[in-house]
Design a protein around this ligand. Structure first.
Ligand SMILES: Nc1ncnc2c1ncn2[C@@H]1O[C@H](COP(=O)(O)OP(=O)(O)OP(=O)(O)O)[C@@H](O)[C@H]1O
Length: 233
């Protein structure tokens, strides 16, 4: 497996029942570094995340991680194979404290320092350990969601709009952490904020009506005159 194809998705078709949303999506993610998935609302970004992680069955094509075909495995087994996933919504237990959210996330991790490492990445969580997660700010909740996903020691982290509903000052903080994470592992990020996505990512894919309309190095995609046409509502 070449390092630049740690994750390899080929000709992926997916959708909901009879309504097909993704058509022949082909993309790769390297062993480390950021990959941005861009596109206007409804382009299919969340659907792609769900198909990669196994929340939606593939209608066609393949998902290969580290040379292993994982496209038909249940989600838990994909997590064990190396994926971490931060969905757009409902990614923390709202009635549990921060401490208990992290403890649940750490159940499968034998390393007793795993939670401490998350607290080093997001020190704010350390100051909120006894707070009920449902009462955290949007940004703190996202930090907790990312922290929980990191507790399974993923080699590749899928993030679906990690800054949605987050105050602008905290967006910077979360982005800084994602930039650092992308030096260690693969980070695939769905993001509406173009600048932020392209700060984390060195490669970008732009979806348009369920197909890859544009792809290439992030700087090249950003400079492409067609980009705005695919992002405009
Ligand atoms: N549970 C569902 N059942 C049927 N169709 C769905 C379902 N979820 C999404 N869709 C449809 O799939 C298409 C792609 O939606 P998706 O959520 O993947 O887009 P997106 O690019 O993530 O958009 P957004 O930025 O709004 O989250 C849309 O037409 C949407 O209506």
């Amino acid at each position: 497996m070449p390092d630049d194809k740690y994750l390899e998705i080929q000709n992926l078709d997916a959708g909901y029942g009879r309504s097909q949303v993704l058509f022949g999506v082909t993309m790769t993610a390297p062993w480390r570094g950021g990959v941005a998935i861009l596109g206007r609302n409804g382009a299919g970004k969340t659907t792609l995340m769900k198909a990669i992680i196994g929340e939606l069955p593939l209608l066609g094509g393949s998902v290969t991680l580290d040379g292993r075909d994982v496209g038909r495995l249940p989600t838990e087994q994909r997590i064990r194979a190396g994926f971490g996933y931060v969905p757009q919504e409902h990614s923390v237990f709202g009635r549990l404290s921060v401490r208990d959210n992290l403890a649940v996330g750490a159940l499968t991790n034998r390393d007793s320092q795993a939670v401490n490492r998350v607290l080093e990445i997001f020190p704010k969580l350390g100051q909120r350990m006894d707070q009920i997660a449902g009462t955290l700010s949007g940004g703190e909740r996202k930090m907790l969601a990312i922290g929980r996903a990191l507790l399974s020691d993923p080699r590749i982290l899928l993030l679906d709009e990690p800054t949605e509903g987050v105050w602008i000052g905290v967006i910077e903080e979360i982005t800084d952490r994602l930039v650092l994470l992308a030096r260690e592992i693969a980070v695939v990020i769905v993001e509406q904020h173009l600048d932020l996505a392209l700060r984390v990512a060195s490669v970008a894919y732009v979806l348009d009506r369920g197909r890859v309309a544009l792809t290439g190095p992030a700087a090249q995609v950003r400079a492409d005159p067609k980009l705005m046409q695919y992002l405009a509502p």
